[in-house]
Ligand binder design. Structure first.
Ligand code: NAP
Length: 312
C-alpha cells in the first residue's frame, strides 16, 4: 500500500513517521512539488490545486482534522472520491476547555477586574450564577455534543441547535432546523453565550449576519470555534460597538492569519486566538487515520466519511 502525506507544515516529517509506525506494510511519502508517484491513499490538509490531477488513482483522502472544506474547495477534486475526516481524537476536550474558559472569564467579570487592577481600583462588582448564563451550541456533532454535556454537567442551562439530528442529550434543550424555521430564532433568543461549532458549508456560510445575531438577547456573547465564514464580521462589530453584544471570543477568521489592520485585533470586547481552540493531536489522530485506512482497504465500514452533498 502506498500513502502520500500532503501537509505543508513543519510537522510533516513527524506525521509521516507516526503514520508509518502505525501502517508497517505501507510506504508513506511526503508530497512535494513535482511528486507524482501514484499512491493509494492521501492523508493531509489543504492539498495544492492540482494535487488530484497528479494522483488520479487515489482511493480516498483522509483529512488531518475535523473540518474538510480545505479539500472540498480543491478545484481538481474528483466528484466521487471519498473524503474521511478525523473524529474527536482529543479535540473535544480542548473545545470544552476553550469554551469553559471564555464563559467563566465573562461570568466572573475578569476583564473588568483586570482593568480595575491597572487603574488601581478596589471595587466589588455584582456577581451572577450559572443559571443566569444559558449557553447555546450551534452544531451538536462530535465536538458540540461534548461541549453541551460539559456545560450541562457544570449546571448551566444548555440549548443546542442542529440541522437534522433529533437525538438530544439529557439536560440539553434541542432545537432542530428540520422541526421548523422558527426553531433557529427560538434557539438564539434563549441563548446568552452562543458557541458556534458547525462546519462551514453552503448552508452555514454567513449564517450569523446582523439579523441573526440581533436575535441574541441584549448583552449576549459569541464564541466562534468553527470557521470564520459563518459570521458576517461587519455585523458582529456593529453589534459589539452599539452595545447589543458584550463580547466575542474568536478562534477562526475568514482570512488566516488575520491581517493586521482588521478591527478585531484591537477591539476591547474581542478575545482572539490563532485557530488553536482544538489542535489535532498527532498521535491519537494518526492512529485513528491508520485504523480507518486499514478498514477501508479491507472493505469494512469506516466512520467519518463526508457526505459531499451536504458538505460535512
Ligand atoms: P460534526 O460531527 O460533523 O458535527 C457538525 C454539527 O453541525 C452537526 O450537529 C450538524 O447537524 C450541524 N450542522 C451542520 N450543518 C448545519 C446547518 N446548516 N445548520 C445547523 N446545524 C448544522 O463536526 P465536528 O467534528 O463536531 O466539528 C465541527 C466543526 O468544528 C468542524 O467542521 C470544524 O470546522 C470546526 N473545528 C474547529 C477547530 C478549531 O481549532 N477551531 C478544530 C476542530 C474542528 P446534524 O447533527 O443534523 O448533522
Amino acid at each position: 500500500m502506498r500513502i502520500v502525506l500532503v501537509y505543508g507544515n513543519d510537522k510533516a516529517q513527524a506525521w509521516r513517521d507516526t503514520l508509518a509506525a502505525q501502517l508497517r506494510d505501507a510506504r508513506v511519502d511526503i508530497w512535494q512539488p513535482g511528486f507524482n508517484e501514484p499512491a493509494d491513499y492521501a492523508v493531509g490538509w489543504a492539498p495544492p490545486p492540482r494535487f488530484f490531477v497528479d494522483q488520479p488513482q487515489l482511493r480516498a483522502f483522509f483529512s488531518i482534522g475535523a473540518g474538510v472544506e480545505h479539500v472540498l474547495n480543491n478545484p481538481s477534486l474528483p466528484p466521487g472520491l471519498p473524503i474521511v475526516r478525523v473524529e474527536d481524537a482529543g479535540m473535544g476536550e480542548q473545545m470544552v476547555d476553550y469554551c469553559r474558559f471564555e464563559v467563566l472569564r465573562w461570568m466572573q467579570r475578569r476583564d473588568e477586574y483586570a482593568a480595575q487592577q491597572t487603574a488601581g481600583i478596589w471595587r466589588q462588582l455584582s456577581e451572577s450564577l450559572r443559571d443566569e448564563w444559558p449557553v447555546g451550541i450551534f452544531g451538536l456533532g462530535v465536538l458540540g455534543r461534548q461541549v453541551a454535556n460539559a456545560f450541562a454537567a457544570d449546571g448551566f442551562p444548555v440549548n443546542a441547535f442542529s440541522r437534522s439530528n433529533t437525538t438530544s442529550e439529557p439536560k440539553v434543550r434541542l432545537f432542530t432546523e428540520a422541526n421548523g424555521a422558527d426553531q433557529f430564532d427560538a434557539f438564539m433568543r434563549a441563548t446568552r453565550v452562543l458557541m458556534i461549532l458547525a462546519p462551514l458549508t453552503a448552508a452555514t456560510q454567513d449564517r450569523f449576519d446582523r439579523k441573526a445575531l440581533q436575535l441574541l438577547p441584549r448583552g449576549a456573547y459569541v464564541i466562534n470555534v468553527a470557521r470564520g465564514g459563518l459570521i458576517v464580521d461587519e455585523a458582529l462589530l456593529e453589534l459589539l460597538d452599539d452595545g447589543h453584544l458584550n463580547g466575542a471570543a474568536l478562534d477562526v477568521f475568514r482570512q488566516e492569519p488575520l491581517p493586521p489592520p482588521h478591527r478585531y485585533w484591537t477591539h476591547p470586547k474581542v478575545h482572539m486566538t490563532p485557530h488553536t481552540a482544538a489542535v489535532t493531536p498527532m498521535r491519537p489522530a494518526a492512529k485513528q487515520i491508520a485504523e480507518k485506512i486499514k478498514q477501508y482497504a479491507a472493505n469494512q465500514t469506516v466512520s467519518g466519511i463526508v457526505d459531499r452533498s451536504r458538505g460535512y
